[in-house]
Design a protein around this ligand. Structure first.
Ligand code: 26V
Length: 809
């Protein structure tokens, strides 16, 4: 694309443009901005060409609506995708600067909580890399999610000012701003023999688009991630200002801006907060208006909009896209209800990401009606028509079913119901999850609309998690099977030919070891803890939640530690347990779990009598960059959720790809991982879904009985209270109570023995290092099916009706 000399010259110019400085004079941040700016000049042209091509073509476009996009940093990826990485590295090296230092200078956008947001970013990556027109709509949260610090073992939340300097990747397009309307009243106006609706006395918020290019992998295709920022149309209130009321002068502006200030840090607990509702409507209204505006500009007849446009609703958070599209089609473009409804349902599709009841969105009718009067009318009408239809339909529906099916009941709006009624497709994110939706949680809907239900197992960006994050392993794979797997990761299966080749297995081991050394260095630099890279790296990194059971893991560590203390010669291999993850700030028990992990770490790491056989580390501020360092270094991947609670999981796929052995319950996509690698190459434990469901149904799970009858469990759990952990004020009482007094909702005690046995098996397996490397290679070989490219191909074909380009296999 460009030569070394041209690159050097262009970089120099870019540095002048960005900083008005030369190379020697500029600091690392300026060097970073200048390189970002140069990258943008390359990708900008491709972006323009892609847009032109897409606007001129009748190919269907996908718009992915999501409250979260966890993109990770952009610089390294963009260099790799443009094929400029080596050139840039060489250039900076020749100048005595490490390219990695520029990557470190980039702020990571924290625009997601976890799996749902990362999946959205993966999908955009795959859409671009497969050359499909697919764009994202989200919110440009100025403060993102909080940054996590640890103080005295406790989580501290620190505002994440990621935009305080500048974001080199985005383009503000003020002239394309749109109006989003809140509050006010609806007037009915008779036009001929037809009533029309006029929204009056509303408040306006400007939605300002900020576009970030989403590059495809070495394919010249560039899609768009459009994030909306909220601004007030009002200027300073000069009356207030001149009265000296400075606060009052800014009030309205600040209130409006707050819409795009922070991402709610909850990912599993729904709270009916007005600001969250405003954020959701802000995204949806701006996005839908933009989609329709574009369609009209491109000459699309809105009555056949569904042939050109697919709208995807990522969980219920953007489900108001359904009534908003109805509103725009009817009120702004004069379509009749019936036509608008048919188009809306055909255009929209919805993914459910959780079965947790406490995460289901429900809005209070009064709040909703007051904030969004016109959208409320439409939702009410959708519900009335839907209920009439099923009452008069062929299928017999009971009164209890009607109550469960109704979008509005008990003064609340059930967003899942709205999303299902208003779209043509609803999918779960792993086989088990989709089956549970059909058979249990949403069975009442499945009986009405069986054709809408389908499964789309999640996926991950193999380009990031293998090619970029684990260059050592990717190079070995290229040597063994060529480069075909880069574009067609299913080819990783060819690695199965090498499972008996001891030279290859030794290389697999040494690559892992190098990754472990890299992580060990990070741990030492950030935490001052020395860990042994020859120990088993056992990693549990994800949001902290009772259902993800970091508690089970750390209880088992306490148990192991006690065994070791009583018998320092115990036959166990050295093990390093590494944790990372944020807790929602209001989730008390999750924060207690962090505290417990850090307390155990303090005790274990400073106890010389156990001869370094155990180490415990909690790495703070888990994000995409940290994950990219941790995952390639893992020997063991902890995927130990209470069965039926983890919809899919995606980190499980990343670890597998990097050759870690999965230690798992048969939950979410763990089941599909087991099916890929076979029972010999994964370690499974715990209750299965029938057993968990039977406990729920029969209400006969008895943790107190387990506790009193099982000595090692009692001994371990008692350590939470008896001073063993140096807890002066009964600080771990709430955790103890969750097990003993509050019924152990997540079966920690029920699975403890089985988990301990599984951990013992890990220990035995690791002793045979050749066999372990073989298992590791089998996991990498089987991971290709989990590339998000394949997931997106299935969405394209089976949900969106988008023609994915034919693969040349
Ligand atoms: C839920 C809520 C509830 C209301 C408050 C704000 C909020 C924000 C996000 C969410 C989404 C939670 C669902 C979620 O992240 N699910 C995860 O989705 C992954 C991708 O499909 C999947 O792999 C994980 O198993 C699932 O937990």
């Amino acid at each position: 694309m460009t030569t070394k000399e041209a690159f050097a010259q262009e970089y120099e110019k870019s540095l002048y443009a960005i900083a008005g400085k030369g190379f020697e004079e500029s600091d690392i941040k300026e060097k970073y901005y200048a390189l970002g700016n140069l990258i943008k000049s390359y990708s900008g042209e491709l972006w323009h060409k892609t847009r032109k091509k897409q606007n001129a073509s009748s190919e269907k476009s996908v718009y992915y609506f999501s409250m979260e996009f966890l993109t990770g940093k952009f610089m390294k990826k963009n260099l790799e995708y443009l094929g400029l990485f080596d050139l840039a590295e060489e250039f900076f090296e020749s100048k005595g600067v490490c390219l990695g230092d520029l990557f470190d200078a980039e702020e990571e956008p924290g625009l997601g909580n976890g799996g749902l947001g990362r999946l959205a970013a993966a999908f955009l990556d795959s859409l671009s890399s497969l050359g499909m027109p697919g764009h994202g709509y989200g919110i440009r949260y100025e403060k993102g999610l909080f940054r996590q610090g640890i103080k005295n073992g406790y989580q501290e939340e620190i505002p994440d000012n990621w935009l305080v300097d500048r974001n080199i990747w985005e383009h503000k397009r003020y002239s394309e701003k749109l109006e989003v309307r809140f509050g006010g009243r609806i007037d009915y106006i008779l036009k001929g023999d037809k009533y029309t609706f006029k929204h009056a006395d509303y408040n306006v918020v400007y939605a300002i688009p900020y576009d970030t290019p989403v590059l495809g992998y070495k394919n010249q295709n560039v899609n768009n991630l459009r994030l909306w920022g909220a601004e007030s149309p009002e200027d300073l209130d000069l009356k207030e200002f001149s009265k000296g009321n400075l606060c009052g002068a800014f009030n309205k502006i600040d209130e409006t801006k707050s819409i795009s200030q922070v991402l709610y840090p909850d990912d599993s607990y729904y709270e009916g907060k007005k600001l969250r509702l405003k954020q959701e409507y802000f995204l949806v209204s701006a996005g839908i208006q933009d989609v329709v505006r574009n369609a009209v500009k491109n000459g699309i007849d809105l009555k056949s909009m569904d042939e050109y446009i697919a709208i995807h609703i990522n969980d219920t958070h953007p489900a108001m896209a359904i009534p908003e599209l109805m509103r725009v089609l009817m009120d702004e473009h004069g379509l009749e209800w019936e036509d608008a409804w048919e188009i809306t349902v055909k255009t929209c599709a919805f993914t459910n990401h959780t079965l947790l009841q406490e995460a289901m969105e429900k809005w209070d009718v009064n709040l909703f009606r007051e904030l969004l009067p016109r959208v409320w009318q439409i939702v009410e009408e959708i519900n009335n028509r839907f209920l009439n239809k099923i009452r008069n339909g062929e299928k017999a529906v009971s009164l209890t079913d009607i109550e469960k099916l109704s979008i509005i009941s008990h003064n609340t709006i059930h967003m899942v119901n709205l999303a299902i009624v208003g779209s043509h497709s609803i999918n779960g994110v792993a086989k088990l999850h989709s089956d549970l939706l059909k058979d249990r949680e949403l069975n009442h809907f499945y009986r009405i609309f069986p054709e809408k239900f389908n499964n789309k197992t999640n996926g991950i960006i193999h380009r990031h998690w293998l090619l970029s994050a684990n260059k050592g392993l990717a190079d070995l794979i290229r040597d063994l099977i060529g480069t075909g797997f880069e574009r067609n990761p299913i080819e990783l299966k060819k690695l199965l030919e090498f499972t008996e080749d001891s030279q290859v297995l030794n290389k697999v081991e040494s690559i892992k070891h190098n990754n472990k050394i890299r992580l060990a260095k990070y741990i030492f630099d950030t935490k001052g803890i020395k860990v042994n890279p020859y120990s088993i790296f056992d990693i549990h990194a994800k949001r902290i939640h009772e259902y993800k059971r970091q508690f089970l893991n750390i209880l088992h560590v306490i148990y192991l530690y006690d065994l070791l203390k009583n018998n320092p010669n115990l036959d166990i291999l050295p093990r390093t347990f590494i944790f990372a993850g944020k807790a929602a700030p209001g989730y008390y028990l999750a924060k207690e779990i962090i505290k417990l992990i850090n307390r155990v770490a303090d005790i274990v790491n400073n106890d010389l009598t156990i001869k370094d056989k155990l180490k415990v580390v909690f790495l703070e501020n888990y994000n995409v960059s940290l994950a990219s360092l941790m995952i390639p270094a893992a020997n063991v991947s902890e995927q130990i959720s209470t069965t039926t609670k983890e919809a899919s999981g995606t980190s499980n796929m990343k670890y597998m790809m990097n050759g870690a052995i999965t230690l798992a319950t048969l939950d979410g996509a763990n089941i599909e991982i087991r099916d890929e690698v076979g029972d010999d190459n994964i370690v499974i434990f715990g209750l299965n879904d029938y057993e968990v469901n039977a406990y729920y149904r029969d209400r006969n799970y008895d943790p107190v009985k387990i506790y009193t009858e099982n000595k090692r469990i009692k001994n371990t759990v008692d350590k939470l209270l008896n001073g063993y952990l140096g807890d002066a004020f009964g600080e771990f009482q709430p955790l103890y109570d969750s097990l003993i007094k509050h019924g152990d909702q997540f079966f920690v005690l029920g699975d403890f023995d089985s988990y301990a046995t599984a951990q013992k098996r890990i220990n035995t397996l690791y002793k045979d290092s050749q066999n372990w490397s073989k298992m590791s290679l089998v996991n990498t070989a089987g991971s290709g099916v989990f590339s998000s490219d394949y997931t997106i191909e299935r969405y394209a074909k089976e949900i969106w009706g988008v023609g994915a380009p034919e693969r040349k296999d």
